[in-house]
Design a protein around this ligand. Structure first.
Ligand SMILES: Cc1ncc(COP(=O)(O)O)c(C=O)c1O
Ligand SMILES: Nc1c(O)cccc1C(=O)C[C@H](N)C(=O)O
Length: 397
């Protein structure tokens, strides 16, 4: 069993703040500063270029990929770190499309994060006029999986509502029609147990700055199933994905297995930060995390519904159908969220009306949930959000 009081003590959380936004940017583990300092001073500072060999920098993206692999049910040696999630979406969808060369349609849903849709729009434009991105309602995805579809690209957990797709069922449906699947785990990795191997997923991608606490701009990851990894062609064929990068050949040959999904130089300082966070994750039992996440979310929903009649639940009520976040709809949601932030309850707002709260058992407990509910009730029932300064939209929300 995981000792969640112990994991909470491993984070640096500002006094007086209840941080319910770890689903967007995770907080700072206490060990990160020293780990990053050591990387900078002892490795970069003292070893300079020899660090690639002496400190084993080049192996880090695969080694950390395997530690994340445990959380997402990946086979060892099939997860590679690097780049941003948007780039990894491009890589995965481009490779997946080449596996179904006679088909032209990528299917996704309108609950997907816009960057995933934008990336596919850009990719399909480069491929030619006859390609199509088909975007349907999340509940209509299953009915739209036909033998016309080349790739099914979905984010497992909806970033706004927390609604969770059934990865196993949809992957099965897709594969029965010859469709290749790409799963975005941005709101799943570290939020709930994922079983990529058990679901027979083809490709998956995700980021680490949310639940995995690697810090702003932390590297993304990509998973390629064992049955595809030696044939998937990397569309972003950078030198570090080459079979022999230091041969400096003029022609590209894909590297072995998941190595081919590297693009360029890995971000070693951010990987050091991620390594410190993974030391915490290595101790976490994912089933225990899931049980606690559902209990915290349920407690929050009951508390808010009992005390804030103006807020309408915008997330599935059934905990097993949600990720690790809860959203409420409110017409003046932006101003209400600013009023909460001013009082130390940090969630975020997603247009047009969603107030979003993330529950991260590693450092959020029942006391935080109850404290947040009391402050939300005060803000809502006394209309404390109704102030001009809370209505001015910031550049980043
Ligand atoms: C589901 C999903 N996909 C893609 C992205 C984009 O990730 P990045 O900014 O790392 O490219 C995000 C978050 O920003 C996301 O939530
Ligand atoms: N990556 C972000 C950023 O650089 C700035 C602000 C927010 C983000 C996010 O991650 C947003 C996030 N994907 C979401 O679920 O809304």
């Amino acid at each position: 069993m995981t000792d969640f009081a112990a994991t909470k003590a491993m984070f640096d959380l500002p006094e007086g703040m209840i941080y319910l936004d770890g689903n967007s940017l995770g907080p700072l583990p206490k060990a990160t500063k020293d780990r990053v300092s050591a990387m900078i001073e002892d490795e970069w500072g003292k070893m300079l270029i020899t660090g690639w060999n002496k400190a084993g920098w080049m192996q880090q993206p695969g080694a950390i990929g395997d530690r994340i692999g445990r959380l997402i049910g990946a086979e060892p040696g099939h997860v590679m770190m690097g780049d941003t999630l948007s780039i990894k979406v491009y890589q995965a969808v481009a490779s997946a499309l080449e596996m179904t060369p006679d088909r032209r349609v990528v299917l996704s849903d309108n609950g997907n994060f816009p960057s995933d849709l934008y990336i596919v729009q850009g990719l399909l434009k480069s491929l030619g006029e006859d390609y199509e991105l088909r975007v349907v309602n999340p509940e209509d995805v299953a009915d739209n999986i036909t033998d016309e579809i080349a790739v099914l690209m979905l984010t497992e957990v909806d970033y706004r509502t927390g609604r969770k797709h059934d990865m196993k069922a949809l992957t099965e449906l897709a594969q029965a029609q010859g469709v290749v699947t790409v799963w975005d785990l941005a709101h799943s990795a570290g939020a709930l147990p994922v079983d990529l191997a058990g679901c027979n997923a083809d490709f998956a991608v995700g980021c680490t700055y949310k639940y995995l606490n690697s810090g702003p701009g932390g590297p993304a990851f990509i998973y390629v199933a064992p049955r595809h990894v030696d044939s998937a062609r990397p569309a972003l064929s950078g030198w570090l994905g080459h079979e022999a990068p230091f041969a400096f050949d003029l022609d590209y040959r894909p590297g072995n297995g998941i190595e081919r999904m590297r693009v360029g130089t890995p971000p070693m300082i951010q990987l050091a930060a991620l390594g410190a966070s993974m030391d915490i994750w290595d101790q976490v039992d994912m089933q225990a995390l899931r049980a606690r996440s559902i209990a915290l979310c349920d407690r929050f929903i009951s508390g808010v519904e009992a005390s804030c009649p103006a807020l309408t639940l915008a997330s599935p009520r059934d905990g097993t159908a949600r990720g690790s976040q809860v959203s409420f709809a409110f017409e003046h949601g932006y101003a209400a969220m600013q009023a909460l932030i001013a009082r130390g309850v940090i969630g975020d707002f997603r247009a047009p009306t969603t107030m979003r709260f993330g529950f991260t058992p590693l450092y959020i407990d029942e006391g935080d949930v109850d404290g947040a509910v009391a402050i939300i009730a005060d803000v809502m029932n006394n209309q404390l959000w109704d102030k001009p300064e809370y209505k001015i939209r910031a550049a980043v929300t």
